[in-house]
Write a protein that binds this ligand. Structure first.
Ligand code: HMG
Ligand code: MG
Length: 314
């Protein structure tokens, strides 16, 4: 008999000090598919989004309105949103770097966007073709226009723990960059470990640096890539500090085309397995999600890197 039929994992929590409920911010259709060597057909992307919503995920980061030459995998953003079957109660945020991207997103009927900044100069240059300060100048009109139209804006911050060109990143610099995004009007800050080098002690140090600077933990999310196998441990450290929004991608898809050595995101299935054991509510049907990632792996022609998908997917 399989582990699920036997009632595993055992729900041992709730654990004192951890949130009772977590919002999973599913980034597979964006962070996952932006990094695939081949462009996935729009029909497959649409079915992927449908299946994720049917599995109970309520935040689906759908695509990006970036320059199509920079990320050709997501060049079909307009067509995708035109054909998307929006499910009631599900939000479909998209990445927007500048006003041109905002114009495109608003024309497509988007209600939730995310700007994406860098905690370091090197990655701001490589990912956005802007310097550290220039990136905020680029975001300023995007956030103010979006907010005045009633559109919600998340702020991503990349390279929060380490940078492939600059090495260790000073938490004080990350807090400064995060404060800039919040001051512009972002309603949530997602702390990205773009190249997956963080460990739980570093997570504790960074989240504490934010809260010590007076930034409410309720406005923080975490975004871990799993390059060194630390993503789940890092998430657990963040949960212990009260973080209750966690980014992950179905099947552990993912990466970043402009960050050397960035591999997949924390797999949503691995996250769900852990949350189940901790007695934390998340609203996701694990079996439906595993079936979705197994299906997508077949379309991509390679197995999912998620341990839970491999264990349950057959
Ligand atoms: P640029 O070349 O400096 O752009 O790129 P520009 O402002 O100089 O404009 C040049 C031309 O591009 C103009 O056209 C613009 O209209 C056009 P022209 O007048 O020459 O004909 N253009 C656009 N066209 C379509 N959509 C747009 C757009 N913007 C300008 N939005 C830019 C600057 C920001 C556009 C570029 O650097 C870019 O697209 N970067 C995106 C890179 C990216 O998507 N990276 C992956 C996402 S971030 C990530 O994965 C990390 C994350 O997961 C968190 C983590 O893990 O840490 C979020
Ligand atoms: Mg990422």
């Amino acid at each position: 008999m399989g582990a699920r039929e036997l009632g595993l994992p055992e729900r041992v929590g709730p654990v004192t000090g951890m949130p009772r409920q977590v919002t999973i911010w599913e980034v597979g259709p964006r962070d996952g598919l932006q990094n695939e060597a081949t462009t996935v057909p729009v029909e497959v992307k649409l079915e992927f989004l449908d299946r994720l919503a049917a599995a109970g995920l309520t935040t689906l980061e759908a695509t990006s309105f970036v320059h199509p030459k920079w990320v050709p995998q997501l060049a079909d953003a307009e067509e995708l949103l035109e054909r998307l079957r929006r499910v009631a109660g599900v939000r479909y945020p998209v990445l927007v770097p500048n006003e041109r991207g905002l114009d495109r997103a608003l024309a497509a009927g988007v209600r939730h966007i995310a700007v994406f900044g860098s905690a370091t100069q090197s990655f701001a240059e490589r990912n956005l073709n802007r310097g550290f300060d220039e990136q905020f100048a680029m975001f300023e009109p995007v956030v103010s226009r979006a907010r005045s139209e009633g559109v919600d804006v998340r702020g991503y911050l990349s390279m929060c723990f380490g940078d492939p060109w600059e090495g260790v990143v000073d938490p004080a610099q990350v807090v400064r960059a995060g404060r800039n995004l919040l001051d512009l009007g972002c309603t949530q800050l997602s702390l990205g470990d773009t190249i997956g080098v963080a460990t739980p002690a570093g997570v504790e140090r960074l989240v504490t640096a934010f809260t010590s600077a007076g930034i409410d933990v309720a406005g923080l999310a975490v975004h871990f890539h799993d390059t060194y196998g630390q993503a789940l441990a890092n998430t657990c450290a963040a949960l212990r500090l009260g973080v209750s929004t966690v980014d992950s991608s179905a099947g552990g898809l993912g990466g970043c085309p402009y960050a050397e050595s960035a591999t997949g995101n924390l797999a949503t299935e691995d996250l769900v397995w852990m949350l189940d054991g901790l007695g934390i509510d998340h609203g996701v049907d694990l079996d439906a999600l595993v079936a979705t990632s197994t299906w997508l792996a077949g379309r991509l022609g390679r197995p999912s890197p998620s341990r839970v998908v491999r264990a349950l997917g057959g």
